[in-house]
Every structure is written in C-alpha cells, then in structure tokens.
Design a protein around this ligand. Structure first.
Ligand code: DCP
Ligand code: MG
Length: 368
C-alpha cells in the first residue's frame, strides 16, 4: 500500500504507438507465456484471441516494474479475462498450466517445428499435420510432398537459419549489401530496418530497405550474384492506391526474400600444420543468413521505413490508431485522409507521426 505508482494505469493508452516500449522487459515471465498462447491461437487461425494475447504482452512490456500482485494490473488496457487468468496463475504458482498444456500439445509442437522452416506457414503446416506428419524428420523423409523452391532452400540451410543472426553478422551483411547495391545504384540509400533498427542484438533475419532519389523500375539490382536463394516478388503497387485496412496486409514493393552466403573467418584449432590442408576442405567457412531486401520508390521511403521497422505490434497499432482515431488509412506506402480525400506526403517518419497527431516514438522505443 505504501508505494505510489509512478504512472496511472487507466491513463495507459490501448495503442502501443502512444507508448514508449524499450527492450527492457520487467515482465518476461508473463509476456513469454502470452506469446506462446498467441502463437497457439495463430496456429489455430483464431486471430481475435491471438491479438488479445499479443496486445496484453505489449502492455506488460511497457510497464517499468515487474508485476507481482493482481493489483498491479488494475485499470490497464487490453487485459481481458483469459489474460487475467494466466497472470493470476503465474503470480500464484510461478507458471501457467495453460501455457504448459500448449507446450506439450502435439499439434502445437508439430506446427512449431514446421513453421520454423523458411517458406512454411500455418497453411502448409496444417496440410502436413492433416497428412499425419508430426516432425521435420518425417517431412524430410516423405518423398511424395511437393515442396516449393523456398521450402527446399529452407530445409537445405535449416541449421544455419534457425541459429539466430547476431548484430555483428547483421553489420557484416550490411556492408556487403551496401557495397553491392552501390555498384548498381551509386546514390542508393540502404537502411537496416526490422529488429536491428529497434536495437535488438539478435534477429531471425536482416531487413533492408533500398531506395534512391531517381530510382527507376529496375529488377537488375536484385538479379545478381551474391544470393544463395532469392525469390523476387515484383512490385504490384498501383499509383494512388488507397491503403489497405487489413491488419497484417502485405505491401506491394518489389522485394526479395533471400538467403545470403556470409563467409566467416574460421576458428582454426589445429596446431599441427600437416593436417591443415585436409581440415580446410572439410570445414564450412560460411553461414546462410536470411535477408529481406525491399526496394521502395523515394517518395514512399518514410512509410516503408516506418512499416518495416516494426515491431509488428507497433505497426498494427499505428494502423488501428489511424483508422479509428483519425479516419485515416495507413500502410507501408502512404497515409490517406478519408475525410479530406487526400494522400498525406511525408519526407520523414517524424512527419508521419505528426500527420497522425502522435508524439514521435524513436525506433528503440517501438519494441511493443
Ligand atoms: N513487415 C511489414 N510487412 C511485411 C513483413 C514485415 O511491414 N510484409 C514489418 C513488420 C516487422 C518488420 O517489418 O516488424 C520486420 O519483420 P520481421 O519479421 O523481420 O520482424 P523483426 O525484424 O521485428 O524481428 P526478427 O528479429 O525476428 O527478424
Ligand atoms: Mg527482422
């Protein structure tokens, strides 16, 4: 009773774009549990329950103190009964029986393995599960499956791809990408987006945005030699297209979901020089790294940057806020004002926040 809360729970916004969320998470115990619950609902294609847990996780990530009593969450937004039950059990028992059930669930375990493969989503996992497949070993051993080009690459480089990308690897790849892109587009602007721009030290991939003042529609940039695997998706953007209001809509940029071959200096443990030549041939001196390259027209760059920096939840809430609080539609290309029937131009992320009437949130504060 003695402590005075440094914030007023009822004043916490339901929109993560009105909160500053750094990587300091005082409530990992809870948010990890919520994210498992959310993932399980995603596997069941229950978007409503999935979002409920993701929003709650995002609210607890924002709190500047660890939750230890039910009183601590009183008045907070986005905490429904399902979420409350999980919190209560973790406070009382130290863990959630619901989360444990999910982690032991056969379907969840299979989907978790399947979706860890590049190119495999919920739809493919569902198909494989219905065929009676349960593990990745069974998938690999099955000769009748028709795997996409992406999935074949995903299995081929599986071990490298599941081991996360470090900041150091992201920096090394960034140099390569910048140098390569600048050979084709000398005035190109190449920016790391995604988790690394938000200050994360590890990620599952590296996201790049490429633009240049006079960018012409040219695939050449994406069609050259450094890629182990590259699936180029041509631009489908139509000028003056009203932004999409879907929660997780794909954008229309030309993009490339690639696997890059990053050569790494090997640790040489052999002191015996005679065996060295032999060893050299045996040791793999590279790592496969997932890279997303997104090519954007110059005028859309700030919108693409905002969208691709994430977090996913931050982006969802920006769009939800635009729709419900401003009668505007936001996507990775543009912001459309439905009342004025005009597109709002922006030269920077700051200007987009200003158009929305929001305080600017730095990239490292968008870890919602
Ligand atoms: N994004 C988007 N449109 C897409 C795909 C992603 O706007 N079609 C956004 C949402 C993400 C960001 O781009 O926040 C980067 O996507 P990632 O899946 O790479 O997510 P992160 O980089 O945040 O996390 P990770 O560390 O797992 O890579
Ligand atoms: Mg990423």
């Amino acid at each position: 009773e003695s402590e005075v809360p440094s914030f007023i729970a009822s004043k916490v916004s339901q929109y993560s774009c009105q909160r500053k969320t750094t990587l300091n998470n005082y409530n990992k115990k809870f948010t990890d549990a919520f994210e498992i619950m959310a993932e399980n609902y995603e596997f069941k294609e229950n978007e409503v329950f999935c979002l409920e847990f993701l929003r709650a996780a995002s609210v607890l990530k924002f709190l500047q103190f660890p939750v230890t009593r039910m009183k601590d969450i009183q008045g907070l937004p986005c905490i429904g009964d399902r979420v409350r039950d999980v919190i209560e059990e973790i406070i009382e028992e130290g863990e959630s029986s619901r989360t444990k059930e999910v982690l032991n669930d056969e379907r969840y375990k299979s989907f978790k393995q399947f979706t860890s493969v590049f190119g495999v989503g919920v739809k493919t996992s569902e198909k494989w599960y219905r065929m009676g497949l349960r593990t990745l070993e069974e998938v690999k051993a099955n000769r009748t499956l028709k795997l996409s080009k992406m999935q074949k690459a995903g299995l081929l480089y599986y071990e490298d791809l599941v081991s996360c990308v470090s900041k150091a690897e992201a920096d090394a790849v960034s140099l390569i990408v910048k140098n390569t892109v600048c050979m084709f587009l000398p005035d190109a602007l190449v920016t790391i987006t995604g988790g690394f721009r938000r200050g994360k030290k590890i990620g599952h991939d590296i996201d790049f945005l490429v633009t240049s003042p006079g960018l012409k529609e040219d695939g050449e940039l994406l069609h050259k030699g450094l890629l182990l695997y590259c699936d180029i998706i041509e631009s489908t953007f139509v000028k003056e297209q009203i932004p999409s209001r879907k929660v997780d809509a794909m954008d229309h940029f030309q993009k490339c979901f690639a696997i890059l071959k990053l050569y790494q200096p090997r640790v040489d443990n052999s002191s015996n020089n005679t065996s060295r030549k032999f060893d050299m041939a045996e040791v793999k001196d590279w790592k496969a790294i997932r890279v997303d390259l997104v090519i954007t027209p110059f005028e859309q760059y700030p919108y693409a940057l905002l969208g691709w920096t994430g977090s996913r939840q931050f982006g969802r809430d920006l769009r939800r806020y635009a729709t419900h609080e401003r009668k505007m539609i936001l996507d990775n290309h543009a912001l459309y004002d439905r009342r004025e029937k005009i597109f709002l131009k922006a030269g920077s992320e700051e200007e987009i926040f200003a158009h929305l009437g929001l305080d600017y949130v730095e990239p490292w504060e968008r870890n919602a």
